[in-house]
Design a binder for this molecule. Structure first.
Ligand code: CA
Length: 502
């Protein structure tokens, strides 16, 4: 294993070796030896030296614990910002809410890829999907990245114990690499028939995992429940080690199928669920690059039931997060552990008249992110941050200095002061398969504090422009609005500048 140089902050924090005392003794030794070698002095010096070396070794270990926080990342799958702490009045998420109360909740965090594989490749490489070329769920991750190590590999090389539990990376698309000292790949997709009380498809002709299911068993009998238990066990196991850890825990829900124990379905009455409003004729305003995607075709009752099932899965994930946070409380890990909660991308449950993911709307790209870092205040941050910022941020919090050419920027200043000056925008991208013409084209989107601008196939498949000042949900595409022509041009330039060199 290659060990990279330790950062100055690591060395600075080592408890001071009593250098002065050693020098004083050395001077004394020199003076005395000049007169006459005193046996007692030699013994004293030897004892002093041994004692100091031992003290230094102990202090180094203590220093490492202090200066190298642990990292605990919890990743949910396909979770949008339908959480209590993000203002949702219906969804019950007490545990994620308590993490938000302790850390900084980012109101405007944006993923770079809008499906599992592309987003996770981006998060864990610190590179944009346009650089990794992982822009969909089919492409495998590159074995080697240009000038970059995947984040867990970098932490491992920096002396960390690394562990992955559940769906952290997309295992099907990731080359086998010894990133993890400990890995549990369990993230079963669909429940067995004999575990199901009742179920229903999201719409009659929906393929694959597009269904909901009320399960008979307890949390522990589900893959996510099992992962939560293993995370709890691992945190206990690592308690007495002086090696800092980087542990990632990935939960599969609320990804389809919406299959969780029945008690979570009991929390929500479908008839009381609100379906996101979409203006009449809205779909006609969408560019061709978006229209190829299938909208949700269910009627109101079916839609409400599907949303309730999605909410049930969110509360289930919240409970699993709570199990992990309880250990952080129990072992008092908050003082030396960065605890981060994220999803991999946003998700539509009727927003924009659509169901699922993979577009470049505000709803698809905006993703929950909460960070509780040791000795940093709690708060809400409304600055724009990107998921490629996660890698440099965690590195800085841990006193590491990656030499790699990472795409993002550390947002540690925002953890210290969530209102700090910040002038960054977010870039997201995705690949679209044009089945008719058998070709792939790209969608690229930039979000700044006021607007979102999107181009499909360089504009050939359409453009989108949203002004959030008077359209917070981003439902009025104003790409052809003459009154915003100057803004559109500026946003276009911003988008192209951000894509340059990727
Ligand atoms: Ca996902």
């Amino acid at each position: 294993m290659t060990v990279k140089p330790l950062s100055p902050s690591y060395n600075d924090s080592i408890s001071p070796f009593s250098h002065d005392l050693y020098v004083k003794n050395l001077i004394r030794f020199s003076k005395e030896s000049a007169m006459k070698l005193n046996v007692q002095t030699v013994i004293f010096l030897a004892i002093t030296f041994i004692t100091e070396v031992h003290s230094r070794s102990f202090a180094q270990d203590a220093g490492r614990i202090k200066s190298r926080p642990n990292v605990l990342i919890i990743v949910a799958d396909d979770l949008n910002a339908d959480l209590g702490c993000y203002g949702n009045q219906v969804v019950k998420t007490p545990h994620i809410d308590r993490l938000a109360a302790r850390g900084v909740r980012f109101e405007h965090a944006y993923c770079q890829g809008t499906v599992c594989n592309s987003s996770r490749a981006s998060i864990f490489s610190g590179l944009h999907p346009l650089t990794t070329n992982v822009l969909d769920n089919e492409t495998s991750w590159p074995d080697r990245l240009v000038n970059c190590e995947y984040m867990p590999a970098y932490f491992q090389q920096s002396g960390y114990f690394t562990a992955s539990l559940g769906k952290v990376l997309d295992h099907k698309r990731v080359p086998e690499q010894p990133y993890w000292d400990h890995e549990v790949k369990e993230w079963g997709k669909s429940p067995d028939e004999d575990q199901i009380y009742r179920q229903g498809r999201l719409y009659s002709d929906s393929p694959g995992s597009m269904f909901w299911a009320e399960l008979k068993g307890t949390d522990e009998t589900t893959p996510d429940g099992e992962i939560a238990l293993k995370a709890v066990q691992l945190l206990h196991d690592r308690r007495n080690s002086d090696q800092a850890y980087f542990i990632a825990v990935g939960f599969r829900r609320p990804h389809t199928p919406y299959a969780v124990p029945r008690k979570y379905f009991d929390l929500y009455e479908p008839e009381r669920i609100q379906i996101p409003e979409v203006p009449q004729g809205y779909s006609e305003t969408l560019p061709p690059g978006v229209k190829d995607w299938k909208p949700f075709a269910g009627g109101p009752d079916e839609t409400k039931h599907a949303i309730a099932a999605y909410y049930a899965c969110i509360s289930f994930v919240d409970e699993q997060v709570g199990r992990v946070l309880n250990v952080v409380d129990e072992l008092d890990l908050w003082q030396d552990t960065v605890v981060m909660f994220i999803s991999d991308h946003g998700y539509h449950t009727g927003h924009n008249g659509l169901w699922h993911k993979g577009w470049l709307f505000e709803q698809t790209t905006r993703t929950p992110m909460i960070v509780a870092a040791p000795h940093r205040p709690a708060g809400v941050c409304r600055r724009i941050v990107e998921f490629v910022d996660i890698y440099p941020t965690l590195a800085e919090l841990c006193g590491l200095e990656p030499q790699a050419a990472l795409a993002g920027e550390s947002f540690v200043p925002l953890l210290e002061d969530p209102q700090a000056e910040w002038n960054r925008n977010a870039l997201s991208s995705t690949a679209v398969l044009d089945e008719e013409n058998r070709r792939l084209f790209l969608g690229k989107s930039v979000r700044n504090t006021a607007y979102r601008y999107t181009e499909w196939d360089g504009g050939n498949e359409g453009k989108e422009l949203y002004s959030f000042a008077d359209d917070s949900a981003g439902l009025r595409n104003r790409a052809d609005d003459p009154s915003l022509a100057t803004i559109r041009q500026k946003m276009r330039e911003q988008l192209h500048a951000m894509c340059e060199g990727l």
